[in-house]
Write a protein that binds this ligand. Structure first.
Ligand code: LLP
Length: 435
């Protein structure tokens, strides 16, 4: 039986109702690797990279590694021919240690330290995205000290309000990222950069937000940024030929989510760019897009074991699993809803709405409210949570001193570890004892 909707491409149920991913039964994975466990469908991950490249022909598709920055994921994405965006020295270090060539990396961040910038120069990353006036001066100084000219993009805040959760909006005027266009800061930054001897502005970047469902905000972003490039050509006689339109396409977390297919999204953006360039008589720039969630999110499910079931008559039935907000902060932070399913057996029992919660010491530690799960759900059952590849492991913590889960990659019946489970020794490793 196929698992449609938010589940990975190869997810199916056996005839006894056990979920298999990549040809491996999750009951076997739980027995071997324990729970909670991130199970990554390698075929799904690779297929989404390919669909992005097909959907955006001629465009540099760049994986936003903040979604999940672990060596194995970066190696797969690199093998599939994507560039990689890194937003800190830690992400850059992971990519370099994973063997990703530095000239496949783009460095982001609204507060890159001198040390981070210098390491990027040392490594020779492809592009640095400059986010502020302070950074322009800082990078100029570092480039001068190395006697190099550094190709940069300016991060523009284009004044586009993508209607998504407040915490994942970035394109509106009053944002912490980039040079706000409507306040004249983008113009000022460009004029200033033109005066600097060791920085070469070769393009601009604008990312408007995340988990966006329609194409309209992306179209608006392309139009606004191309208009800006054309205006700068008039004002300064300079033609910039690189345009990074950021990431942000949404994914399915539940059956109710209906994001746009990447083919349609790509077509809409590419047509807009072609039309606008023609109207402005501007040479078509090299384009870059930066998906994170849409590459890695749908590939992964998190497996948990049910530890307690507490039905309160007339009130909620609370189902506690063996992880929670330390391995997926998204429900607590963004009210995110991920689909949940019983995956270790079949059940004909009537579904009833239960609230699945984690084992942390606070009430906001939700996995899913009102999840329709079989009424015979019992201690020891395995639950899977869908679409947990993006922003779960990468935002994981040791809250309540829970060791962080393991992750495995599954494909054609084979299992390869991606992350080993943390041990309790790992958990106390950085503590300095006073005894
Ligand atoms: N480019 C830049 C400059 C970004 O800041 C981001 C995401 C992306 C690309 C990729 O966006 P995506 O395609 O993944 O939507 N933790 C939140 C999401 C934060 C997104 C941060 N920036 C969540 O769990 O929903």
């Amino acid at each position: 039986m196929t698992m449609p909707g938010p589940w990975p491409y190869t997810a199916t149920r056996s005839d006894v109702g056990v979920l298999t991913v990549g040809g491996v039964a999750v009951t076997d994975l739980a027995a071997e690797y324990g729970t909670p466990l991130w199970v990554v469908d390698e075929e799904d991950l690779r297929e989404r990279c390919r669909r992005y490249r097909e959907g955006f022909p001629g465009v540099d598709v760049t994986y936003a590694s903040k979604a999940w920055c672990t060596m194995g994921v970066l190696q797969i994405v690199d093998e599939e021919g994507l560039l990689i965006d890194v937003a800190s020295e830690g992400e850059m270090h992971t990519a370099l240690v994973a063997g990703v060539p530095a000239d496949r990396l783009i460095l982001h961040g609204n507060n890159k330290s001198e040390h981070e910038l210098d390491r990027a120069l040392e490594a020779g990353v492809l592009r640095i995205v400059v986010d502020s006036f302070d950074e322009l001066e800082r990078l100029e100084r570092l480039a001068a000290a190395r006697d190099v000219v550094v190709p940069i993009w300016l991060r523009i805040t284009p004044g586009i309000d993508a209607h998504t959760h407040e915490y994942v909006r970035t394109g509106h005027d009053d944002a912490k990222f980039g040079f706000t266009l409507s306040l004249g800061l983008a113009d000022e930054a460009f004029a200033r950069a033109l005066e600097l001897d060791h920085l070469d502005v070769v393009g601009i970047h604008a990312h408007i937000g995340s988990q966006i469902f329609g194409t309209d905000p992306f179209i608006a972003n392309a139009e606004v940024t191309l208009d800006l490039l054309a205006r700068w050509r008039e004002q300064h006689g300079v033609v910039l030929d690189e345009l990074n339109l950021g990431g942000g396409m949404g994914i399915r977390y539940t059956h109710e989510d209906h994001p746009v297919e990447v083919a349609r999204y790509g077509k809409a953006v590419l047509e807009t760019v072609a039309e606008r360039c023609e109207a402005l008589d501007y040479p078509q720039p090299r384009l870059i897009v930066e998906p994170g969630r849409a590459i890695v999110g749908p590939s992964t499910v998190t497996l948990y074991e049910v530890g307690t079931v507490k039905p309160l008559p007339g009130l909620t039935t609370w189902v506690s699993i063996d992880g929670g907000m330390s391995d997926n902060i998204r429900p607590a932070l963004y009210d995110a809803e991920h689909e949940v399913a019983l995956v270790s057996r079949e059940s004909d029992a009537e579904p009833r709405a239960v609230t699945v919660v984690g084992k942390h010491c606070e009430s906001g530690d939700l996995v899913r409210e009102h999840a329709p799960l079989p009424s015979d759900l019992a201690v020891g059952d395995l639950l899977a949570v869908a679409a947990t590849g993006a922003y779960t492991s990468s935002m994981a913590s040791n809250y309540n001193r829970l060791p962080r889960p393991a992750a495995v990659l599954v494909r054609d019946g084979q299992v390869r570890p991606l992350l080993r489970r943390e041990t309790l020794d790992d958990v106390v490793r950085r503590d300095v004892s006073l005894r």
